[in-house]
Design a binder for this molecule. Structure first.
Ligand code: AMP
Ligand code: GLY
Length: 424
């Protein structure tokens, strides 16, 4: 079968890396891909938001499965357009992608179906939002309703911050149209984890868990990012927690979406807060996490392709993914300036030496190649250096050994990925 992956980040590199190992994969394409992905797939010059272009490319190449990486094209209706063209796709319809695309939709959905999540209220009026904040007090969480590239959430330790966040989101429109509405939420306490389930519209199968590090600095300090590193398995997600999350969060979501006429297909990513009252849902994403996907793919022993295809075609049944009995860890290398304005165009050397570290693999996230084939930084998060080991400590040792072989003075990374797991 010919397969097309849509996206250009570390998540899509990891998906391509896993898919090309499959004996079922005859040819692999990626739109638009990146220089790392080009080592395992043929990159097509089509942007992720060019829905017509992607459908046309999939037809032209005779693709039998499209795997959509990022949320943007899902929310914009890419899988709907592919379905209309008769091309199977892994990823939800636009209507089902609202679980990520609208926080208000997601919160109301959870309320309708009794899914445990933070208490909340929705506002389209800034003054009403502020009155609610004054009544509730702090700590409290203010969120832009729409997609804001992971930046539309402000966790506010005090009331003044929360009132200011309403202005930033609603009045100054710092996140654009995403700020037409805000969701204000109860602050949840506990340990965070990223939980994944493959869904085929009616059935869901647990697909691993990971923990990521959102803050830019060591010791979980500094501003939030898309994720500076991750590891799996997540020690906090015990087998009991897996059962509880499947029963109380994932199963009612899949059943509820189907009952409401928008069956969910693809991967459901539940961002969890695991505290004294058990797991509670922080948010849903309708795609793999980035960088969580890199560690999931490193640990996956099963062939990924039949799983994706079964989800896309509504026949997951009792599929049971198998994992290597190993830990995996990924260290994100970012360009100086990230998460503000990253320095672009600096050269990265010695990637092959890093890849040569046993059990390590370098995923490209934000790179481009120049005319001479040199690899240049071309984004905020630039590389994901992943490794496997018998333990988290061994995986971490290998990942940092690979990191240290990379010659890129203008890049930086956290040196403490998985500190929580190692302290246990
Ligand atoms: P999100 O983009 O919704 O994942 O939010 C980004 C981060 O904000 C999460 O990973 C949490 O660390 C934090 N967060 C979001 N909502 C809450 C909440 N209700 N209580 C505590 N922390 C939260
Ligand atoms: N690493 C978190 C995310 O992908 O949203």
């Amino acid at each position: 079968m010919k397969i097309l992956v849509v996206g250009s980040g570390g998540r899509e590199h990891a998906l391509c890396w896993a898919i090309q190992r499959s004996p079922l994969c005859e040819a692999l394409f990626c739109a638009p891909g990146n220089p790392g992905i080009a080592q395992v797939a043929e990159c097509l010059p089509v942007a992720v938001d060019d829905i017509d272009g992607i459908v046309a490319a999939a037809k032209a190449k005779g693709v039998g499965l499209v795997v959509v990486g990022p949320e943007g094209p899902l929310v914009a209706g890419l899988t709907d357009a592919l379905a209309a063209a008769g091309i199977p796709a892994f990823g939800p319809s636009a209507a089902a992608a609202r679980l990520e695309g609208s926080k208000g939709f997601m919160k109301d959905f959870c309320a309708r179906h009794g899914i445990p999540t933070a208490a909340y209220a929705r506002f389209t009026d800034a003054e009403a939002a502020k009155a609610y904040i004054r009544a509730q007090g702090a700590p409290i969480v203010v969120k832009a309703d729409g997609l804001a590239a992971g930046k539309g959430v402000v966790v506010c330790p005090n009331e003044a911050d929360a009132l200011a966040a309403v202005d930033t989101i609603m009045t100054e429109r710092a996140f654009g149209a995403a700020g037409g509405e805000v969701v204000i939420e109860e602050f949840l306490q506990g340990e965070e984890a990223s939980f994944f389930a493959l869904c085929d519209g009616t059935t869901a199968v647990a697909f691993g868990a990971a923990q990521d590090h959102k803050r830019v600095g060591d010791g979980d300090t500094g501003p939030n990012t898309g994720g500076m590193g991750a590891y799996a398995p997540a020690p906090v997600v015990t087998p009991e927690i897996v059962d509880e999350v499947m029963a109380k969060i994932v199963a009612p979501t899949v059943a509820g979406m189907a009952a409401e006429g928008h069956p969910f297909t693809g991967v459901l990513f539940a961002g969890l807060m695991i505290g004294p009252q058990g797991p509670r849902l922080i948010e849903f994403n309708v795609r793999f996490g980035d960088p969580e996907c890199q560690v999931l793919m490193s640990r996956l022993k099963s062939d990924l392709v039949p799983l994706l295809l079964a989800a896309a075609e509504g026949r997951l049944g009792t599929a049971e993914p198998e994992w290597f009995d190993a830990a995996a860890l990924v260290v994100v290398m970012a360009a100086k300036g990230y998460p503000g304005t990253p320095l672009k165009g600096t050269e990265i050397r010695n990637l092959a030496a890093a890849d040569a570290v046993p059990e390590a693999v370098v995923f490209h996230a934000g790179t481009r190649a120049d005319a001479d084939g040199r690899i240049l930084a071309d984004g905020g998060r630039v590389l994901g250096v992943a490794a496997r080991g018998r333990t988290v400590a061994e995986a971490r040792e290998r990942a940092y050994t690979a990191v240290d072989r990379i010659d890129w003075p203008e890049g930086f990374c956290r040196r403490d990925i998985a500190w929580r797991a190692l302290e246990r």
